[in-house]
Design a binder for this molecule. Structure first.
Ligand code: PLP
Length: 422
């Protein structure tokens, strides 16, 4: 006899309203050229894992120390995710429960800071992140924030300036890490500075986690006291965060996540993080990480040759910033122009920007997603030409249509999520 549960628990009936929207989003992702530096295409295995019954389980606490019964299998899931994260990043400790990158950062603040303690972090306009002290963010509201900048000429972090500011301010925590910085971050130099002033060092590798895992950016693990990151950017996993650190911080960090700043962990997402960590251990992933950077340099060079000013003159990682001031286009306008050609990017402040963030003088471009798609250096040159053509013909609808046709043609050769029924 069929089991009858209230509220259609066992029903296979689809919610057609939401299904249609998901299908539209899938079609959008398949038909656009994705150059947003913080996005990627997760594998079908990662996506499938998130849509499982693991979502039903409450598991406050940690493996073998839960506040709920029935956690034997989610314990296995979380233990495996922790083991893989530690192996992938060569870390003594990992916490895979942060719901997002911001939550991972907040946990560090909860673990080692008291209200009004001083944080020294990168200026938002120079590439820093909202959770590093922006005034409306919890970090800016509850702590005293001081910033370091990039050098006005080179647009690269000036470590001597960081040192000088650190000595003057004497922060309790220094944050190294950014959302829109295209150069290698020298975590060892940050460590020296932190030691000189007796500060904790936190490395936020949200953007570059995949590059570190793939061995194409120096690691912050065992250099910084705490490393926080996201799994959904270059790492190409589910949307979420993680923490890495030395074993001595295990208790305070675990406590800072639960009960310090979160409730029940998202076990379906933690399982998908485990899948992502395994994928990132493969040799093919190391090739992928190398290709992201190679593609980024190629796309950057192509635009540079066409007269675009690149912030700091180039890139060492998965992203770069174009300063559009000399083209008389704002970041806001460029986002719209390129969007009409099927190219998805985001407007971005550039160092010492005089425009406000809703307009911005620049755009940020990243190559993690197009590299997942299998594109290489030749395609990067084509994309560079299309971007340049579109921005130089911004008022000519016929030419913008031409640019869109070129994007469509390129995407036909690099399909994603084929035969993927959600
Ligand atoms: N830290 C940095 C440096 C980031 O760039 C981002 C997101 O862009 C985050 C933290 C926040 O990640 P999430 O959106 O997962 O909270």
């Amino acid at each position: 006899m069929a089991t009858k549960l209230k509220n259609n628990t066992l029903s296979k009936e689809k919610d057609l309203e939401i299904q249609k929207i998901i299908e539209k989003e899938l079609a959008r992702q398949k038909s656009k050229l994705l150059l947003i530096a913080s996005e990627n295409y997760a594998s079908q295995e990662v996506i499938k894992t998130m849509g499982t019954v693991l979502t039903n389980k409450y598991a406050e606490g940690y493996p073998n120390k839960r506040y709920y019964g029935g956690c034997e299998y989610v314990d296995e899931v979380e233990s495996l995710a922790i083991k893989r994260a530690k192996k992938l990043f060569n870390s003594k400790y990992s916490n895979v429960q942060p719901h997002s990158g911001v939550n991972a950062n907040i946990a560090i603040y909860v673990a080692v800071l008291e209200p009004y303690d001083k944080i020294l972090s990168m200026n938002l306009t120079d590439g820093g992140h909202l959770s590093h002290g922006q005034s409306h963010n919890l970090s800016g509201k509850y702590f005293t924030i001081y910033n370091y900048n990039v050098d006005r000429e080179t647009e690269v972090i000036d470590y001597e300036e960081v040192r000088k500011t650190a000595k003057k301010v004497k922060p309790k925590l220094i944050i190294a890490g950014a959302s829109s910085y295209s150069r290698i971050i020298d975590f060892k130099k940050f460590r020296e500075i932190a030691d000189e002033v007796g500060a904790y060092l936190m490395a936020d590798i949200a953007h570059i986690a995949g590059l570190i895992a793939g061995g194409v950016h120096p690691t912050s693990v065992d250099v910084a006291d705490f490393t926080t990151g996201t799994t959904h950017k270059t790492l190409r996993g589910p949307r979420g965060g993680f923490i890495l650190a030395g074993d001595k911080y295990k208790d305070i960090l675990n406590q800072a996540i639960f009960p310090g700043s979160q409730g029940g962990p998202l076990m379906h997402v933690i399982a998908a993080k485990a899948v992502c960590f395994r994928e990132a251990m493969q040799d093919s992933y190391k090739e992928y990480a190398k290709d992201i950077v190679k593609n980024c340099k190629a796309l950057c060079e192509s635009l540079k040759e066409d007269g675009f000013r690149i912030v700091s003159g180039g890139t060492d990682n998965h992203l770069f910033l174009i300063d559009l001031s000399n083209k008389d286009i704002t970041g806001f306008e460029a986002t719209g122009i390129l969007g009409s050609c099927g190219i998805v990017i985001n407007k971005n402040l550039i160092p010492y920007d005089k425009k406000n963030p809703t307009v911005a003088s620049g755009i940020r471009i990243g190559t993690a997603a197009v590299t997942t798609q299998g594109m290489g250096v030749n395609e990067m040159r084509q994309i560079g030409e299309i971007i340049s053509f579109a921005l130089h013909n911004k008022d000519n609808s016929k030419k913008l249509k031409e640019a869109k046709n070129k994007v469509d043609k390129l995407l036909k050769d690099f399909p994603i999520y084929q035969n993927f029924n959600q």
